[in-house]
Design a protein around this ligand. Structure first.
Ligand code: ADP
Ligand code: MG
Length: 265
């Protein structure tokens, strides 16, 4: 697989009047084109900080970022990277219809062409939201809202999806299906995704590879490739396999072990 993104020795600390809060410590990893990577780590360890650096919202204090082999100096608006961000809250605007919400990214990018409008309508149809396009977000279920948020992200044709705990606001039953749905949609488009989650089960069920971060300041404790013979679209079937149990036990051990970093698989 072609290399898409490479992080080398990235460190970051927040500075304010009270002093310094180190958030990331010498983080290195790579992401291939089309890969679905999950990053797990304890709450407050620096996961969102890491995504902000990848998205170009923060500049690393140390280390470098390469995108398709190109060194990224200024990740700002003229970046070569087209990133689609999806957050914990769906951030749909209540006063806009679902359709007006999903074209918002296009409006902001001044890219509301006929072609893009048609693409959005097709996505709404593909993901069972077409009949709801003139409804307000409050008339939709949590899962439907999350699909709408995904369509809004997809509308701008991102090369890279950055998903920051996008399923946290859903109840656990909905979450299982919606997360599998959304992962399946992203896989179907052959796009690259980085999913942040504190839920190890979710990471194993959805991702091709799992990266475990230490507590703050985050460093990479372990990286593990995930493979199932079972179809990924059925999260319950995945979770009842012996491989799943094995991955879970190994990663849980790493996640909860406070010893210095180890390298496996
Ligand atoms: P996570 O997403 O893993 O929960 P974050 O990346 O949001 O963690 O934050 C990592 C650490 O950095 C936290 O301990 C948090 O208190 C601190 N932090 C986050 N944002 C800021 C900020 N703007 N200023 C100072 N400290 C911050
Ligand atoms: Mg966070």
């Amino acid at each position: 697989m072609e290399l898409l993104l490479s992080l080398q020795d990235i460190s970051y600390a927040y500075h304010n009047l009270k002093g310094e809060t180190p958030a990331l410590s010498h983080i290195s990893f790579e992401v291939s084109q089309g890969e679905f990577l999950a990053i797990v780590g304890p709450s407050g360890c620096g996961k969102s900080t890491l995504l902000s650096i990848i998205a170009g919202l923060l500049m690393p204090e140390e280390g470098s970022l390469f995108y398709k082999g190109q060194y990224i100096t200024d990740c700002g608006s003229n970046s070569v990277m087209k990133v689609g961000y999806m957050l914990q809250r769906d951030h749909l605007f209540e006063w806009r219809t679902i359709y007006r919400n999903v074209i918002l990214g296009l409006e902001l990018n001044r890219a509301v062409t006929k072609e893009n409008r048609d693409y959005v309508l097709k996505l709404l149809a593909d993901y069972d939201l077409y009949a709801f396009k003139d409804k307000k977000p409050s008339e939709l279920s949590g899962g439907m809202r999350q699909r709408a948020a995904l369509i809004r992200t997809m509308a701008i044709h991102p090369d890279l999806f950055l998903l920051d705990e996008p399923f946290s606001a859903l109840d656990s039953q909905t979450r299982l299906n919606v997360s599998a749905d959304i992962a399946q949609i992203i896989r179907g488009t052959n796009k690259t995704a980085i999913l942040i989650t504190h839920d190890l089960s979710e990471a194993i069920t959805l991702a091709d590879r799992v990266l475990v971060l230490s507590k703050r300041p985050a460093c990479v404790k372990c990286e593990m490739s995930i493979h199932f013979d079972t179809d990924r679209s059925d999260p319950l079937a995945i979770r009842s396999t012996a491989e799943y149990q094995l991955y879970f036990n190994q990663l849980w051990e790493v996640l909860t072990n406070e010893q210095p970093a180890v390298q496996t698989g």
